[in-house]
Design a binder for this molecule. Structure first.
Ligand SMILES: [Zn+2]
Length: 151
């Protein structure tokens, strides 16, 4: 009985080791071993699988970028930066959409709180201030809010 319960639970026994990053150009993303060079992931994150992928698919990498050299370190940093840039391509639009929705909710909250449509100048100013506080990046926020106060 106890063995069937243990068999049903799949316990992760393999963990990413940080030295694989410089040794095999692999990085840990959401508990998956992802190759920095080609973007492929290894199904089971064992050292032998990671090493096999690196030696079979990217055999020339160790020749071009010798292990332990600053050339290899720089190349891995460059590959990591490229991967982060690719990932931010998908996360940035989602953040913009979320802040636009937040600004919309703030405007609706102001309008329902005052129980008036967009006819009063004071409400428009208050709503635009709330939108500026939400959408405008922090370095330009102060100037934007100052301009709204002068209106
Ligand atoms: Zn690869």
């Amino acid at each position: 009985m106890a063995t069937s319960v243990q068999n049903n639970k799949r316990v992760k026994t393999y963990h990413f080791h940080q030295e694989w990053e410089t040794e095999f150009c692999f990085i840990n993303i959401n508990d998956k071993c992802v190759c920095l060079i080609c973007g492929a992931s290894v199904s089971v994150g064992k050292r032998c699988n990671v090493e096999r992928h690196f030696t079979k698919v990217h055999g020339n990498f160790s020749r071009d970028f010798p292990a332990g050299s600053s050339l290899r370190r720089d190349k891995i940093t460059e590959l990591k930066t490229t991967l982060q840039r690719q990932q931010s391509l998908f996360t940035k639009p989602a953040k913009k959409a979320n802040s636009a929705t937040e600004a919309l909710f703030k405007v609706v909250h102001i309008l329902t709180k005052r129980k008036k449509p967009f006819t009063d100048g004071g409400i428009i100013k208050e709503a635009m201030t709330a939108v500026a506080e939400t959408l405008v990046p922090i370095p330009w926020q102060g100037e934007c809010l100052r301009c709204l106060r002068m209106q």
